[in-house]
Design a protein around this ligand. Sequence first.
Ligand SMILES: NC(=O)c1ccc[n+]([C@@H]2O[C@H](COP(=O)([O-])OP(=O)(O)OC[C@H]3O[C@@H](n4cnc5c(N)ncnc54)[C@H](O)[C@@H]3O)[C@@H](O)[C@H]2O)c1
Length: 266
Amino acid sequence: MNPEQPPAFDPNADLTLFGLGGSVVVVTGAASGIGRASAIQFARAGAFVMLADLDESGLAATERKIRSASGGARSIRTDCADPSELDALAEAAEQEGPICAWCNVAGIVRKVAAVDVDPALYRQILDINMGGMFWGSQVAARRMIPRRRGAIINVSSNAADEPIAGLSLYAMSKAGVNMMTRSFAKELGPHNIRVNAVAPGFTLTAMTRPEGTDTVALLARNAARSPLGLVGAPEDIAFAILYLASDASRFITGQVLRVNGGTSMP
Ligand SMILES: NC(=O)c1ccc[n+]([C@@H]2O[C@H](COP(=O)([O-])OP(=O)(O)OC[C@H]3O[C@@H](n4cnc5c(N)ncnc54)[C@H](O)[C@@H]3O)[C@@H](O)[C@H]2O)c1
C-alpha cells in the first residue's frame, strides 16, 4: 500500500483540490492550440508554467497572454524530438521549483498514404509524436521520483483507436502513446507518480484548420459525428489535462481519457 494514502475526502471540501497554486507545470506545444490553452488555464489555476515549443513567436504570444493576466510563465524554445533539449527544459523548469506536472502536448500530423511514406517522414512523425512524449516523460520522472510526487499527462488522439486513411504514422504514434502511458503508469505508480493520457476528438486548432479551409463545412462534418453535435475547443481538452494534473484525480493512473464529444465509445 502507498504510504502516502491520504484520509478519505471530505465531501464538503472546497474546490482548491483543483488549484495548482505554487506548482511548476511544464507544457510542450505551448505556442498554439491545445498546448496554449492548457498553459493559460494552468496559470489561471495558480501554477508557474514553463512553455516549450519550436515556434518562438507563438511561445512569446502565449507568455504575453499569461503575464497580462498576472500569471507566471517562462518560454524555452525546445525541439521535442531531441531528448537532450527536453532534459535542458526540465533543468530550466527546476530552477523555478520542483516540477509537479509535465504535459506532453506537442505533435504533428501529415496526411500521406502508407505506400508513399519515406524513412525521413517515418522518423519525423515517430520522433516528435512518440519519442517527444517518451523522452519528456523520462526527464520528468527522473526528477519526480526522489520527491515521490508528480503527474505526467500525454496528449493522444481518437486516431489511436480508429484507422484513418492517410494517417497511418500519426495513428501508430498515438497508439504508442497510449501504451507508453500505461507502461509508465505501472513503473511510476510505486513512486507515487500518476501518468495518464487525454485523447481529443476533432478540436479546432491550427492542426485541424489549415489556411484556406472552409471552416463552416469542416465544423458541420465533424460535429455530425458527435451525439452532442459538437466539435472541441482547445479549452475542452485543457480542462481535462488540468484535472489529470491536479490532486482531484489522485486515484486515476494509466488511463486514456477520451474527450471527443462521444464520437467514439470503445
Ligand atoms: N486538434 C485536434 O483535433 C487534435 C485531435 C487529437 C489529438 N490532437 C493532438 O493534440 C496535440 C496538440 O495539437 P493542436 O491541435 O493543439 O495542434 P497545433 O498545431 O495548434 O499545436 C501543436 C504545437 O506543437 C508544436 N510542435 C510541433 N513539433 C514540435 C517539436 N518538434 N518540438 C516542439 N514543439 C513542436 C507546434 O509548433 C505547435 O505549436 C498534438 O499532440 C495533436 O496530435 C489534436
